[in-house]
Each structure stands twice: as C-alpha cells, then as structure tokens.
Design a protein around this ligand. Structure first.
Ligand SMILES: *Cc1c(COP(=O)(O)O)cnc(C)c1O
Length: 397
C-alpha cells in the first residue's frame, strides 16, 4: 500500500480506540491521579498513563500524530515552542560543550543560549545567517557537540542547507537539532534529511487559532529520545489536556490551512514586490527572494510569513504604515487564522552580523482572509508611509 498523505493521516487519527457508539474525538480528560484496578499493576505503563504527567488521551494521540508526521520513532509535547528548543539542548549538552547556530536564530532561543546555557559552561557561537554549509562546518571544533539549525531563519528568511549540514555533522559526531516551525512539520522533514531532532512551535500552524501555546519534539534515535524523555521527566514538563485537545482539533485542518495561507502569501508577496516603496520581499517561495533556491530544492510547501524591506524610512514611517491597517493585527506569533504585522528593525540590533538592509523591516503573517482584501489594506499602509516620506522631504519653514 502506498503511504497515505498527511491530509488523510491527520483525519484518520493515530488510533481508533474503544468499541461501540462513541464520539469521533477523544475526551478532554483532566487528571493528576489515575486510578488502577490492581495494586500489582499500578506502575504498569502498558495499562495507560500511570499519572497525569504521562498525558491523557488527546495528548497521547497528538504525540503519536506528530511522530508520524515528522517520521520519528516518538514525539513529545512541551508547554511552548520555546521549550521545544530548550529541552533537547538541555538534554544533549554538557558543561564544556559548544553549540553552533545561526546569528538569525529565534530571539528567545538566542537568550537561552547566551544566558541560561552560558551560565552552565556551554558556549554558543553564531555564524552569519547567510553562511555556506562549508563555512558552518569549518567552524566545528573538538568541543562542538551540537548544531542548531533554523530554516528559514527568523526575520531574514535565509535557508540553510540542512541535508548537507546534517550529513556532515553525523560523520563528525556532532548532533543536529532543527527548529522546523516555519515548515509546520509538513513542508520539510528534518529527520528524513538526517537531522537528529526536529522541533516546532505547535503554537503556530498546528494550533492554528492563536489560542494555545505548545511545542513538539520528534526524533528517531533511541538514545536521543531517552535523553529528551528523561529531561522532560526531570523538569516536570506537562501540557494541559485542554490545550492538547485544541491542538488535536487544529492539526486536522493543518494541511489545508497551511496550503491556503501560503497561496495567499505568495499573492501578497508578488504584489508587494511590485510596489515602488518596497525594496525587497523576503519570502523563499518568491522567485528572486533570499532562500528561494534551497526552498525549491528541499521544501514541499511554505508558511505564510514574510519579511518586507522598505526603501529607507524610519520608525515613524513604519509605525504610520502599521497604524493605517485595519485587517492586520499588531501582534507577535503567527500561524493562526488571522493576518498580523510587526516592525522588526529593532530586533536586528541583537545580531553579531547585522544584515545590511536598505530600509525598515516589517514582518507580515498572512491569515485566511481574502488576499484581495489584505492587499487593499496594505495599500492604505503604503499611502500612510508615502505621506510621511513626503512631509519629511518638505523643507522646514
Ligand atoms: C514562535 C517560535 C518559537 C517559540 O514558540 P512559542 O510557542 O511562542 O514559545 C520557536 N521557534 C520559532 C522559529 C518560532 O517562530
């Protein structure tokens, strides 16, 4: 039988438990204590969860779906996307180790590396976001234990050659962890490309409705899985049954939402690229964009998140653009059903190798609205931007 598609798999569910007439979906089971029928089997996990921390029905089904999607042997749920990054790093690194990652790594991940891990004797080194695979590999030292890949990179959307990096790291005994949030576990399969651990913020497209926080971690190697499981157990991490249930509801429609939002995003990106106020659109599916070649080679789909580099401008102009919009909310995160905008130029200041952008950087997340309406809204933003540029050009009285 040919492998079923994700669309089918995510609907069919991980298991069809129970007998007789029953709801389609698993119940929300809120539990700390789990009762047992037999004192001799109270610790027997083959009878089901021994304690609430082991996760109840929805969480267990979601874990299983995530493992299948990612092509892992097992998957874990943690309370946020950030925890999905910090758990494997905690599990796999020891004092004296060194971790390599992109300078464009997700901001809170960078903070974890430079504050939490640094205080525990683990060094992070950052390579430029557009570094070639060869130069990333050239930075490996005998102390390098792990390479953290994020592709496309946060805010500037460079795409690393993950298959080449994973293969070379494996040869040299360096572990690889990839933050796969942009691909939502669908458009890129890190484990199939030789990466050891694939993590994603389920908060984004899997949840899909901007109403929960969760992270997913998938891996294949038993020793890696064991380290991660131990860390989750040692730390006492757990996800709420209600959140697991919502994420399970979200994952059923993930492929359809993801595809529809990417289609709209490409329409918006093409339109933006043609506007005279816009210097560049950072959206890998867009021909000519940063990351386009590797995206075409390695990815089967795209997120609906893009960077928009304006021609010049300043913070006031960026804010005027944002205030003029009514369909784009000003808010962080992405992957939900609704469109969002953020001003990202200030965040670039944290980088060691700041990119040389010609103007203000805005980030758009395209939701499920009609792209024609979103373009109409962005036209208002550009008008407000132009008005500010024009008034700046007028000589003072
Ligand atoms: C949002 C995000 C995270 C963190 O997810 P949270 O659930 O918000 O903690 C991690 N990595 C990337 C690339 C993200 O965009």
């Amino acid at each position: 039988m040919p492998p079923i598609s994700d669309r089918t798999r995510l609907i069919a569910g991980a298991t069809r438990r129970g007998q007789g007439r029953r709801p389609v979906n698993p119940p929300v089971e809120r539990a700390s204590t789990m009762l047992s029928d037999d004192p001799a089997r109270m610790q027997d996990a083959s009878d089901g969860p021994v304690y609430g921390l082991d996760g109840t029905s929805a969480a267990r089904e979601l874990r299983s779906l995530l493992a299948q999607m990612e092509g892992g042997t097992d998957a874990f749920l943690v309370p946020s996307g950030l925890a999905a990054v910090t758990v494997p790093l905690t599990a796999l690194l020891r004092p004296g180790d060194e971790v390599l990652t992109t300078d464009a790594v997700y901001g809170p991940t960078r903070r974890f590396l430079t504050r939490h891990l640094a205080a525990r004797g683990i060094t992070a080194r950052f390579h430029p976001a557009d570094a070639s695979a060869e130069s990333v590999l050239a930075a490996i030292t005998p102390r390098t234990r792990l390479l953290l890949i994020e592709a496309p990179a946060s805010l500037t959307f460079e795409i690393a050659d993950a298959p080449a990096l994973a293969a070379a790291c494996r040869e040299r005994g360096v572990l690889t962890v990839m933050d796969n949030t942009w691909a939502a576990g669908l458009a890129f399969r890190p484990l199939a490309h030789g990466v050891d651990v694939s993590v994603q913020a389920l908060t984004k497209y899997v949840g899909g409705h901007s109403d929960l926080l969760m992270g997913g971690i998938a891996a294949g190697e038993p020793s890696v899985l064991r380290s991660i499981a131990n860390t989750i157990e040692d730390m006492g991490w757990h996800v709420s049954p209600d959140d697991a249930w919502l994420a399970l509801r979200g994952v059923r429609t993930l492929p359809l939402r993801y595809e529809a939002q990417a289609r709209s995003a490409l329409t918006v990106a093409q339109w933006l690229k043609a506007q005279p106020e816009v210097a560049d659109v950072l959206y890998p599916p867009l021909p000519g964009s940063v990351g386009h070649d590797l995206w075409r080679r390695d990815f089967d789909g795209a997120a609906s998140l893009m960077g928009v580099v304006m021609k010049g401008g300043d913070t006031a102009a960026a804010h005027a653009f944002m205030r003029a919009l009514s369909l784009f909310g000003m808010g962080y995160s992405w992957g939900g059903f609704e469109s969002l905008i953020t001003h990202e130029t200030p965040q670039l200041a944290h980088r060691q190798h700041a990119p040389d952008l010609s103007g203000q950087l805005l980030r758009l997340h395209i939701g499920l609205e009609d792209p024609a309406d979103l373009i109409g809204d962005l036209e208002k933003g550009l008008k407000a931007w132009r008005a500010l540029q024009d008034s700046n050009l007028k000589p003072a009285d």
